[in-house]
Design a protein around this ligand. Structure first.
Ligand SMILES: CC(C)(COP(=O)(O)OP(=O)(O)OC[C@H]1O[C@@H](n2cnc3c(N)ncnc32)[C@H](O)[C@@H]1OP(=O)(O)O)[C@@H](O)C(=O)NCCC(=O)NCCS
Length: 178
């Protein structure tokens, strides 16, 4: 489901190529087993997973920069030719990860045929509830312009914008106690 949700996202196209559902599946399998180690929630409809959200408290929300070479030579091996792009992508995200304590959002994805029906919003409310309970700031990266408006509805503001592996990327922050 995550592979289908993200296959057309610009960062995924830059790293894996267009319509590389196979590469996206491998990528998310690795993520689900080894990287998405915080809290995760799924949205179910008729017993099928239609949406997924993961969030994790800093400073353990991304691999530490010094861990990246090990991750590459072991976990990412199935991704072959995409590895150099993935290294640039995650090294940059790790480098920019704010020092200020936060709960890092990502990934959030909804099955393509279920988008625009409120599932993403429902998952976001669960995350915002957690931020309020923990009195924590929120942080995320995104590569799609329409997502910016979506996240602004939940109190996020754009902190930085840049090109990353050939695609615009936005970094968004939600202050604590909002
Ligand atoms: C972004 C995403 C999680 C939103 O989930 P969703 O279930 O489609 O969102 P909702 O139906 O709750 O809300 C849609 C709202 O967000 C906006 N939106 C953003 N991306 C959208 C999309 N691809 N389809 C429909 N609406 C989208 C709409 O303007 C809509 O606003 P409205 O409520 O004023 O009509 C989902 O579209 C998705 O999985 N996209 C692909 C993967 C992705 O980009 N994930 C986020 C990476 S940072």
């Amino acid at each position: 489901m995550l592979a289908e949700a993200f296959v057309a996202n610009p960062l995924h196209i830059s790293a894996f190529g267009p319509q590389r559902i196979d590469q996206n599946r491998s990528f998310f399998r690795i993520g689900l087993r080894h990287m998405f180690t915080g809290q995760a929630f799924v949205a179910l409809a008729d017993d099928k997973v239609r949406g997924y959200i993961h969030f994790n408290a800093s400073p353990n929300c991304l691999p530490a920069p010094e861990e990246i070479p090990l991750v590459v030579t072991t976990l990412l091996k199935p991704l072959g030719e995409a590895i150099p792009q993935i290294i640039k992508w995650f090294a940059r995200w790790c480098h920019l990860d704010p020092e200020e304590p936060h709960v890092h959002l990502g990934p959030i994805g909804v099955a393509p045929d279920a988008q625009g029906q409120g599932i993403g919003t429902a998952l976001m409310y669960r995350y915002i509830e957690h931020l309020k309970q923990e009195r924590s700031a929120g942080y995320l990266e995104t590569d799609r312009l329409p997502n910016i408006e979506f996240y602004k509805k939940f109190g996020f503001v754009v902190q930085r914008e840049e090109q990353l592996i050939g695609t615009p990327t936005w970094y968004m922050w939600r202050p604590r106690n909002k």
